[in-house]
Design a binder for this molecule. Sequence first.
Ligand code: NAD
Length: 265
Amino acid sequence: MSSSQPPAQSDKGVALVTGAARGIGRAIAIRLAEDGFDVAVNDLPGTPELDEVIKAIESKGRRAVAAPGDVSEESVVTDMIQRTVSTLGSLDVMVANAGAVILETFLETSVEAFDKQMAVNARSVMLCYKHAAKQMISQGRGGRIVGASSMAGKQATEVLFAYSATKFAVRGMTQSAALALGSHGITVNAYAPGGVETRLLDAFDNFLEPLAGPRAGRNGLLAITAVGRIGEPEEIAHLVSYLASKEAGFITGQTISINGGSYFD
Ligand code: NAD
């Protein structure tokens, strides 16, 4: 936690973003601070970039706290939420963004890699959805829950076997949780990005280009967009900003494609 927090508590409420040290999560955390939320940020322990994100949030005049840990573990998620509430006062917006990609073709998929991929991308979302929902229900004033799916959660590809499974799982959990939480005034939605300029996309490139040449990876994704470019993390943050707003109260259970026209669903 930073020592130089501004004193005033946000009347907008408190957001918690996982995987916020870089990439899409970082952009979401900073955008929600611009929107007026105090923001708790999570990433894996020993991720120094988290301090810089805290400073960026505070520079917007908002309070921030770090709650590092591996969100595929239940005790980490409950502690993270507890730390958020005890430091910032409540939990009003949960963004279960943390994720990783383990690239293996279908026939090479090992049980260990599959289980690891499910834990990081799907179990973490289940835990964040469930424990955030319990906190929001106890507060009694609704809330917003948002998760990270992917274009690969709508259309599978051969090299994203386990990753695709996790991102389809996020869609299912998003629908189910939305049904369970609607009567509490809590919406649950997910974003399904196409290629976005982050380190995750670099991993995709490094795996695919040796296998399938320079037209694979980032260039392959670029080729299938209608807009002719890869996305920026801030563009995903704009969508999350809207989903987190009061105005988005009639949107729930949706996994919203944001992919430059790479795939229509
Ligand atoms: P990134 O690799 O740049 O950032 C992901 C962050 O999550 C990292 O800081 C990482 O340390 C953190 N993280 C990973 N496992 C974690 C764990 N168990 N606990 C806590 N933190 C953890 O990736 P990104 O592109 O910003 O991806 C963000 C989300 O968006 C992911 O869920 C990803 O699957 C999804 N996504 C990304 C793209 C893309 O093209 N970049 C496309 C579709 C979906």
